[in-house]
Design a binder for this molecule. Structure first.
Ligand SMILES: NC(=O)C1=CN([C@@H]2O[C@H](COP(=O)(O)OP(=O)(O)OC[C@H]3O[C@@H](n4cnc5c(N)ncnc54)[C@H](O)[C@@H]3O)[C@@H](O)[C@H]2O)[C@@H](O)CC1
Ligand SMILES: Nc1ncnc2c1ncn2[C@@H]1O[C@H](COP(=O)(O)OP(=O)(O)O)[C@@H](O)[C@H]1O
Ligand SMILES: [K+]
Length: 460
């Protein structure tokens, strides 16, 4: 199994076909999927009654296998089947279940096997009502493969008022919807059931935690990495970024700004000099520009000047409102851009990109600009050179002002330490999420930054 790959519905069908070409049958795969799901549901149910909602396709077929396996273990199981099976495998699974569906059921554990990756259009009103009524009538809800009513490739909700689940059991491989908003917020816990699907031709993967290394015995402040954060009209944002950078591995962080700030710690070196001169420092390993920069002529000049030098660079916030195809340097591969959803839309317009879905947009922007794109938010999509990575969800307490500045500071620090833009972005997202967990609820950006050293410690 390749547990990190994320497949589209079409890639999943090809993977299934490869297994069938290798001697499996749809029925044998369905048995494995149903038995694997039943094992989880058995443990979760703890002897409670189970209701399985079965649809017409193979997701429904999985449901009949689950019902049969649970019943054989002595579980009290009922099946609701608003549409009869239409595939051979689902018809066989229903016959082997050998029971009679009921019209309605209420009880303890609800298992959604209405639709999986084959859902082609929104649920009809009748089916949507059956689904939400049954879900509401049960204490615990499990989705098999995917919650019904969602788009497997984009994570979009195709119907209003779809239920939330406690557990989602992905079959064979992760699908995009397991990790993309808004669907990912409905999944509850996620578990992957192995069906023997090998490595496919997927360009999409689930991010893995980074491994950080501490300084070598002979390291000094410059060899650990010198980062430059460029301030602008709102100096507070750059101060947050510089403080975050300082706690993320770089040996030396400088803040270039004509303004001072009362919260600037003594260990961030404040310089009030010439930008060209600061950029000309040969020891400089990475630059951040954008947080609090402003969007006027001076800001444009600053962004153009930074991009005119060949330093590894992070562009965030206001710099993203300024960025356009004309400003892209000849070697854009050293640049990381970190747009939130609004900035991603602005950039797509600026670069003439017309695509649906965050993954597609991030990939297209990376291709058009040649830069590494971290499309951040409740789901984080990293795209570079035709490949994309989605990070597991971070605490929603991050939805507070200044946390993006901190993220940009962490990424800049990691690039100053020598990581590539992609590696730095993945490290930054993971450390940021861990710092948020450690900071607990209701933190501000400063509280988040205070937790960064301990968060980094988790990955050393
Ligand atoms: N890919 C694999 O390797 C395996 C897949 N299995 C299961 O098979 C599922 C995919 O099966 P299917 O392709 O049959 O897809 P589904 O079970 O998701 O349903 C597709 C069927 O529903 C119909 N349909 C689509 N949208 C509809 C709507 N809005 N209203 C009414 N009918 C609609 C389609 O015409 C088709 O007949 C997976 O999610 C998984 O649960 C497992 O059984 C075994 C292994
Ligand atoms: N609901 C959420 N769940 C998890 N992370 C979130 C959520 N909302 C925002 N974030 C994260 O918080 C940060 C916010 O960045 P941004 O919008 O640029 O804020 P700011 O510009 O105020 O610093 C990003 O890293 C984003 O991924
Ligand atoms: K389902």
């Amino acid at each position: 199994m390749a547990p990190n790959q994320i497949l589209t519905a079409a890639q999943m069908r090809s993977a299934e076909q490869r297994l069938i070409d290798g001697g499996e049958t749809v029925e044998s795969l369905m048995e494995r999927a149903g038995a694997g799901a039943a094992e989880w549901i058995w443990r979760l149910s703890g002897g409670r009654a189970v209701t399985v909602l079965c649809g017409p396709g193979n997701n429904g077929g999985d449901g009949y296998v689950i019902a049969r396996v649970l019943a054989a273990r002595g579980c009290d199981v009922q099946v609701v089947a608003p549409i009869a099976p239409v595939t051979d495998a689902a018809t066989t699974a229903r016959a082997r279940w050998n029971g009679t569906p009921v019209q309605r059921a209420s009880g303890e554990v609800f298992v959604d096997c209405l639709f999986g990756t084959g859902l082609a259009r929104p649920l009809s009103d009748d089916l949507a009502h059956s689904l939400s009524d049954l879900a509401l009538a049960h204490e615990t809800r499990v989705a098999v493969d995917l919650p019904s009513g969602v788009h497997s490739d984009t994570g979009a909700l195709l119907n209003d008022h779809l239920p939330d689940y406690d557990l989602t059991l992905a079959l064979g491989a992760w699908k995009c919807a397991h990790w993309l908003m808004p669907v990912s917020a409905k999944m509850g816990e996620r578990r992957l059931i192995d069906l023997g699907v090998g490595e496919g031709s997927s360009d999409l993967a689930l991010a893995q935690p980074p491994r950080l290394r501490g300084p070598a015995a002979d390291e000094h402040k410059y060899s650990r990495g010198l980062a430059l954060v460029i301030g602008g009209e709102m100096i507070g944002a750059a101060v947050l970024a510089a403080r975050a950078a300082q706690h993320s591995g770089a040996g030396y962080v400088k803040l270039l700004s004509e303004h001072s700030h009362p919260d600037l710690p003594a260990d961030v070196v404040h310089i009030d000099g010439d930008l060209e001169e600061a950029l000309a420092d040969e020891r400089l390993n990475a630059v951040l520009v954008g947080p609090g920069l402003g969007r006027g002529d001076l800001a444009r000049h600053v962004v153009a000047t930074v991009l005119g030098h060949d330093r590894p660079t992070v562009l965030d916030a206001d710099a993203l409102a300024i960025l356009s195809p004309e400003l892209v340097p000849s070697d854009p591969s050293r640049i990381l851009i970190t747009p939130h959803a609004g900035e991603l839309l602005t950039l797509c317009k600026a670069f003439g990109i017309v695509r649906e879905g965050k993954v597609e947009q991030a990939l297209a922007l990376a291709e058009a600009s040649g830069m590494t794109v971290l499309a951040k938010g409740p789901d984080n999509v990293l795209a570079a050179a035709g490949k994309a990575t989605i990070s597991p969800p971070a605490p929603q307490w991050l939805s507070t002002a200044g946390t993006g500045d901190a993220l940009a500071g962490i990424a800049t620090s990691r690039m100053a330490c020598g990581e590539t833009p992609s590696a730095a972005a993945l490290t930054a997202v993971t450390v940021h999420a861990e710092a948020a967990r450690l900071a607990g609820p209701m933190f501000s950006a400063s509280g988040l930054i205070a937790s960064i050293p301990e968060a980094c410690g988790s990955f050393l």
